[in-house]
Design a protein around this ligand. Sequence first.
Ligand SMILES: NC(=O)c1ccc[n+]([C@@H]2O[C@H](COP(=O)([O-])OP(=O)(O)OC[C@H]3O[C@@H](n4cnc5c(N)ncnc54)[C@H](OP(=O)(O)O)[C@@H]3O)[C@@H](O)[C@H]2O)c1
Length: 292
Amino acid sequence: MSDSSVDEVYSNSPVVLITGCSTGLGRALVLEAASQGLRVIATARKISTIENLRAPNITVSTLDVTASMSQLEDFANKALKVFGQVDILINNAGYPLAGALEEVSSDQTLAIFNTNFFGSLNVSNVFLPHFRARRSGTIINISSMMPYISTPGSGSYTATKAALDSITQVWAHELAPLKIKVMGVSLGFTRTELLGTNLSTVENTVKNPIPDYANVRAFHEQVRALHGHEPNDVQKVAKRILDVVLTHDELPVMFPLGNDAVTSADEYLNQRRSEFEKWKELGMGVDADKDV
Ligand SMILES: NC(=O)c1ccc[n+]([C@@H]2O[C@H](COP(=O)([O-])OP(=O)(O)OC[C@H]3O[C@@H](n4cnc5c(N)ncnc54)[C@H](OP(=O)(O)O)[C@@H]3O)[C@@H](O)[C@H]2O)c1
């Protein structure tokens, strides 16, 4: 197919840009979006990991989401020239970190925030001028159900996703008047390399485990045993995300995805509600005296 006929076939389809496409959900999203006829800009830290995704409606590009703002701005300017626009940005890049909050080094905590939180914030910020100018655009933040369960042994990772959920909720208010949509996906356990090789790298495990944290070790054993048996299928997850985004004018700000995530969100909301009811009286009655 020549470039001009490719342009004609896909010229009216939305353009989606996805971070972290070397494996797992990012890769599944690229394949699903392309199969639905979207134009896709697939990105990864190492271009060699996504070269084989190239197709008439898939462009591949290098992107480390921890790059400096000026590098990210250069990236956005080039990405916007590929198809002339970006309609949907999917902040998918992320990695896990296993360890009690006390065991994880401050460098490890900074590094995971750099990717999982600042990566999504900064990449979004370099595309927002384009979205604002067009009064159109959708940001999808791939978060996790972990903020709903706050399990021992995943505190740093959970904190990055909770922070991401916070900015998703603020953006929903800030960007709605500009006709820009935002959705956070509170994803349940999904069969990818997240709990496999990516949980076991030297950088993502603690150097000096503290014996007192038996509950943390037990959780890690459970999670390692879960790898390969995660309840959610990555291709179905990718399809559901895109189906929701492409077929609904109004998006949920927070979208628990996977039966495990829906159950966890339900329990979390019930617990928060019953705790709130029990304590709310004590939270009231501290008004300042009326100004005279
Ligand atoms: N799988 C689950 O159970 C699960 C559950 C809840 C949420 N999530 C979230 O889903 C998203 C995708 O994870 P996954 O399950 O598909 O795991 P995965 O297979 O490990 O994929 C993670 C991707 O993130 C990329 N990445 C990491 N650091 C990056 C950086 N600095 N710049 C650009 N890309 C980077 C990795 O690329 P490299 O190959 O270069 O490392 C990889 O492509 C993550 O945000 C994760 O937190 C997953």
